[in-house]
Design a protein around this ligand. Structure first.
Ligand code: FES
Length: 183
């Protein structure tokens, strides 16, 4: 319906005239757009998301048996990383291979690709370290020093015997919890 000639202006619920209401709404929308574009007006310190997990690769047949690994002291690490993608420069999501580890509870294996940007971690005196930006991991693959997210743990994978008493196989297609052990 049209407004009768000479009648009073339409009032909004807030009591503003239509022209004032529209100007005000426009100003609010513009302010919201600026805020959204500027990320809230502050400098963002949000850490970059972790790299995508490497694509599952074929099972890795090790040269160890359960007996040989369990005869080793806690802290024993066997290297089944790959040299194909190197350590640095980084290749996001690259498969860096695996470490087979023996601790007090048993045998396990995890991904060697750093949770920061995917560098290949290496054994240290206390666990593992990434040479790219200095992230540190404990023996179970949990980040203790960033820039990788502290408290996050590298993906563990199933370790099983190829045959009873045979060599151990790491299966990247079978992720397991970080507390799983072969005993
Ligand atoms: S890629 Fe490992 S610390 Fe950056």
């Amino acid at each position: 319906m049209s407004q009768p000639e000479g009648s009073a202006p339409i009032e909004t619920p807030s009591g503003l005239g239509r022209r004032e209401f529209c100007a005000c709404a426009f100003a609010l929308a513009a302010a919201a757009a600026v805020t959204a574009c500027s990320g809230g007006g502050g400098t963002s310190s949000v850490a970059p998301p972790p790299p995508p997990p490497p694509p599952p690769s074929s099972p890795v047949t090790t040269t160890e048996t359960k007996t040989s690994m369990l005869s080793q002291p806690s802290g024993t690490v066997r290297d089944y990383t790959t040299t194909a993608s190197g350590t640095c420069p980084l290749v996001l999501g690259a498969a860096q291979g695996y470490y087979l580890v023996r601790d007090l509870s048993g045998i396990y294996a995890f991904n060697a690709s750093c949770l920061h940007l995917g560098g290949r971690i290496s054994p240290t005196q206390t666990g593992f370290g990434c040479p790219c930006h200095g992230s540190q991991y404990d023996l179970n693959g949990t980040v203790t020093v960033g820039p990788a997210p502290v408290g996050s743990t590298l993906q563990h994978y199933e370790v099983s015997e190829s045959t009873p008493g045979g060599v151990l196989v790491i299966d990247p297609a079978k992720p397991v919890s970080a507390t799983t052990r072969l005993t």
